[in-house]
Design a protein around this ligand. Structure first.
Ligand SMILES: NC(=O)c1ccc[n+]([C@@H]2O[C@H](COP(=O)([O-])OP(=O)(O)OC[C@H]3O[C@@H](n4cnc5c(N)ncnc54)[C@H](OP(=O)(O)O)[C@@H]3O)[C@@H](O)[C@H]2O)c1
Length: 304
């Protein structure tokens, strides 16, 4: 059976495609990037070049697939993708194409906190996609991860290469639940195989850390203590409004950073984790070791 991974070139998607391929699954990826498609084909992965916002490309990508993992997001900085046109509308078109093509199962990667009245647009768009999938008639599993540990490690570590200091939004002292992409990919693989997860929405977390803890761990991995630069909360609030007309991405990121302080993302992952004791709980130390195998966040870009 072929599994279509939409978002298969992203941080989570790359890991998922690698692990599913290693387990012998036939994988297809929809990507807008012809170079990424070429690299995937060289690894034996089918690739369809196209945009989730293009119904023809979506139909081509879905044709002949038994299952779909919907793991794209328009939150990021590239192109004209947005939470409305990718996380909501793109996914809606994908689910409709899946229904028409008789796809057996869709696994949607949503987010912890997705709700109709959530403060962040991304969470409202994720909720709309969840509702559309539930109503679609296709067999579904919804996975709602907390914040990705590796994504935030990258955000905190990035400025270190240029300025020698890590970057933390706000005071950095609020505890947030972070989950490793390794743990999310592991749950998606179970969802694709275990019928018991069909019709379930699963909130999936890892462990609580503050951004200051992430920063300290990065400095320790770099082998020397270093300064942490803090962007004051007031500046983030102003930037989220001022940036909106010319950089929707900067506006989205700064608004999300403010939300971490206003509504701390705490979550007890224990009950759901207890259902899957076989799945990994990747620690902060293990995530850092995987991101910077040589222990040098200053010298190397993250591996994935
Ligand atoms: N990052 C987090 O902290 C976090 C937390 C919880 C849940 N999630 C969810 O987990 C999933 C994976 O997140 P991630 O951070 O790994 O993603 P990411 O690295 O930001 O990658 C985004 C992916 O979306 C694809 N994409 C964007 N616009 C597209 C379009 N118009 N058509 C087709 N593909 C498009 C990109 O593909 P191409 O550029 O190749 O076209 C890329 O593969 C997302 O659904 C995200 O919302 C993320």
């Amino acid at each position: 059976m072929t599994v279509l991974v939409v978002g298969g070139t992203g941080r989570l998607g790359r890991l998922l495609v690698r692990s599913l391929t290693a387990e012998g699954e036939r994988i297809r990826v929809l990507t807008r990037d012809p170079a990424a498609a070429g690299a995937l084909r060289a690894q034996g992965v089918e690739a369809v070049v196209g945009d989730l916002r293009d119904p023809g490309a979506v139909r081509r990508a879905v044709a002949g697939c038994a299952a779909i993992v919907a793991a794209a997001s328009g939150f990021g900085p590239m192109g004209t993708s947005s939470p409305q046109n990718v996380d909501r509308d793109g996914n809606l078109a994908l689910f409709e194409a899946a229904r028409q093509a008789g796809v057996d199962q869709v696994v949607l990667v949503s987010m912890h906190g997705a709700a109709p009245d959530a403060p962040l647009e991304l969470l409202r768009m994720k909720y709309a996609a969840e509702q559309a999938l539930i109503a679609s008639g296709v067999s579904w599993t919804i996975i709602r991860p907390t914040a990705f540990l590796e994504t935030y490690l990258d955000v905190v570590a990035q400025p270190m290469r240029r300025r020698g200091a890590t970057l933390v939004f706000g005071r950095g002292d609020v505890a947030v639940d972070f989950v490793s992409v390794t743990d999310v990919a592991a749950l998606i693989r179970v969802a694709l195989r275990d019928p018991g997860l069909r019709g379930r929405a699963i909130d999936w977390g890892g462990a609580e850390h503050t951004l200051n803890e992430l920063s300290d761990a990065i400095h320790a991995a770099a082998g020397r203590p270093g300064p942490t630069r803090h962007v004051p909360l007031t500046l983030l609030r102003v930037a989220s409004v001022v940036a909106r007309p010319f950089s929707p991405f900067a506006s989205r990121v700064t608004q999300a950073a403010v939300e971490l302080y206003v509504r701390p993302a705490r979550f007890d992952s224990g009950p759901e984790r207890a259902r899957h004791p076989e799945l990994p709980v990747t620690s902060l130390a293990a995530a850092i070791a995987a991101e910077w195998p040589e222990g040098r966040p200053l010298d190397r870009r993250p591996a994935s």
